[in-house]
Ligand binder design. Structure first.
Ligand code: PGA
Length: 248
């Protein structure tokens, strides 16, 4: 009942021309995908990649959006700027933004509400650090990120959550499929208590963190996991396509 969604997160990789070459290589490999396919790209790549994606089944995403409609926010990008190029998704609150760019649950919440109002689909990232997992704080950390980051959302089914344990990002260390499934079940339960169980059952929750062509089938076979947010493996067409085609 929940359509899987596989999204690439290019991070600060690929110039616009490299990005165009990559999506041109990916497009024919994923044209028969049964899931939603998204590439989230650096802001400056958006115009060229948007053009290159025309006529494909790949949707365009951004890696961040500012919460204000416009104004004196040097270096930031607004929702209207993204919409003009056909952007449909936006990553919000990635752990790298929380760690290096002072993103907090409060700013995650503001960006998420702004994105929803603009008609963008936020991919809201949450996840615990290694220390938090090892000291038994995973559930408390996630509960706070959910309660603070997702408050005041009218229709929770309009967002996607990406559960990304920080210790699994770019490290080659994946959460086991069981660990990811169990934690995502907890996230769904918490969202159910905060909103409604029925909405939580319809909400798509991705796993992210060293997901690749080799481990995607096992992860995607888990009942709670509705897709993946893919960093490193989204930068090579065959690898990303293999994940998108996990069910083939
Ligand atoms: P990774 O990154 O797949 O390279 O671990 C995932 C992410 O940060 O979204």
């Amino acid at each position: 009942m929940r359509k899987p969604i596989i999204a690439g997160n290019w991070k600060m990789n690929n110039t616009a021309s490299e990005g165009v070459a990559l999506v041109k290589a990916i497009a024919p490999l994923v044209e028969n995908a049964n899931c939603d396919v998204v590439v989230c790209v650096p802001a400056i790549d958006i115009p060229a990649v948007s053009e290159a994606l025309k006529g494909t089944n790949i949707k365009l995403g951004a890696e961040n959006v500012h919460f204000a409609a416009k104004g004196a926010y040097t270096g930031e990008i607004s929702a209207a700027m993204l919409l003009e190029y056909g952007v449909e998704y936006v990553i919000i609150g990635h752990s790298e933004r929380r760690q290096y760019f002072a993103e907090t649950d409060e700013t995650v919440n503001k960006r998420t509400l702004t994105a929803l109002n603009a008609g963008l689909t936020p991919i809201v990232c949450i996840g615990e650090s290694l220390e938090e997992r090892e000291t038994g704080k995973t559930e408390a950390v996630l509960a706070t990120q959910i309660k603070e980051g997702l408050k005041d959302i009218e229709d929770i089914t309009k967002i996607v959550i990406a559960y990304e344990p920080v210790w699994a990002i770019g490290t080659g260390k994946t959460a086991t499929a069981e660990q990811a499934n169990e934690t995502i079940a907890y996230i769904r339960k918490t969202v159910g208590e905060m909103f409604c169980p029925h909405c939580a059952a319809a909400l798509r929750i991705q796993y992210g963190g060293s997901m690749n062509a080799g481990n995607c089938k096992e992860l995607m076979a888990m009942p709670e996991i509705d897709g993946g947010l893919i960093g490193g493996a989204s930068l090579k067409a065959p690898d990303f396509a293999a994940i998108v085609n996990f069910d083939k």
